[in-house]
Design a protein around this ligand. Sequence first.
Ligand code: NAP
Ligand code: GDD
Length: 325
Amino acid sequence: MKKVAFITGILGQDGPYLAKLLLEKDYEVYGLIRRYSNPSFENLDYLGITNQVQYVEGDMTDEGSLMNIIKSIRPQEIYNLAAQSFVGSSWDQAKLTTEINSLGVLYLLNSVKFFCPLTKFYQASTSEMFGLNNDNGYQDENTAFKPRSPYAISKLYAYWMTINFRESYNIFTSNGILFNHESPLRGIQFVTRKITDGVARIKLGLTKELRLGNLDSKRDWGFAGDYVEAMYLMLQSDKPDDYVAATGENHTVREFVEEAFKAAGMTNFNQYVKIDPRYLRPAEVFELKGKADKAKKILGWQPKVGFKELIKMMVDVDLKRLKKT
Ligand code: NAP
Ligand code: GDD
């Protein structure tokens, strides 16, 4: 009998990478899609797995739909990746962000408790929860949380609820506290993909400028393909726990821009980049740098793709995509 996994957020960035990994391990993979007139399977198409996933319709804000799905497929593993994941929008859409990212997780956990309490549950927690707190120059599982956005606050509720179901009902629930991870499948609003797409457009003469916000923010950027392995390993462990996944290295947005122009064979990036106050945030998280020693030691996890390699990969794919259009 094949193991059954249920992934929410299947159409996003991480969902397709995780689905591919699980399919390669011979899992039967179900993915949650919400009702759309015209859903985009582009990211699954990119990885060539669109027809290998089974789709179930529901919404993180609709408890009944989640209960029905869990009751009917009774998966061995649930990976909850669905979220309103864009920090920048979370101030304007704080209620929606909370309904999806906080209450949605409660609904899923309740479904597990009622219908399949032996199911293992992964929650996509985030380094954003640390906010300004980097007293040691890094953040790990022992760092206190100090969230700075409605997104981070909504994720903190989900983090604690995930732990509470472990402690109250003995359900196997684990939080992955993942630092930023990127790929050619990254949504265009996020800074890395916005930069690699923008650089490719400038290189091909399709636009003349790249408008950005705070260039001094520092992020610990890894490759999404490496981070879904950490998610998988967390649910294969003997006991549930919470783990940081990070590269341990951070860079400013400015450094990312510079490297992306270099990857496209251009050096004069200053003439193209314009600071646009629309992309500044009401409260910024200035610096994130993770220490993933626990995941390395207990799970044997290790990120493989480095900063420059990641940028080159993203720029090359964006150049190819745009040349085709
Ligand atoms: P993403 O690309 O934004 O994907 C999120 C997915 O959630 C989308 O497929 C979206 O569906 C789905 N979704 C949103 N609202 C929903 C709803 N009401 N019902 C059902 N599905 C809904 O995010 P990602 O980068 O893959 O990240 C995966 C998870 O990890 C997220 O929870 C994110 O917050 C968390 N995380 C990400 C990072 C990172 O650096 N990428 C780091 C730490 C934590 P549609 O396609 O229909 O919009
Ligand atoms: N999006 C965006 N657009 N960000 C910009 C821009 C811009 O034009 N200019 C500068 N930035 C800065 C942001 O202010 C932030 O400091 C940094 O670039 C990264 O922004 P994002 O790429 O939007 O990611 P994020 O760090 O806010 O959030 C991502 O990582 C979290 C984990 O730390 C998302 O994937 C979250 O869902 C995830 O939890």
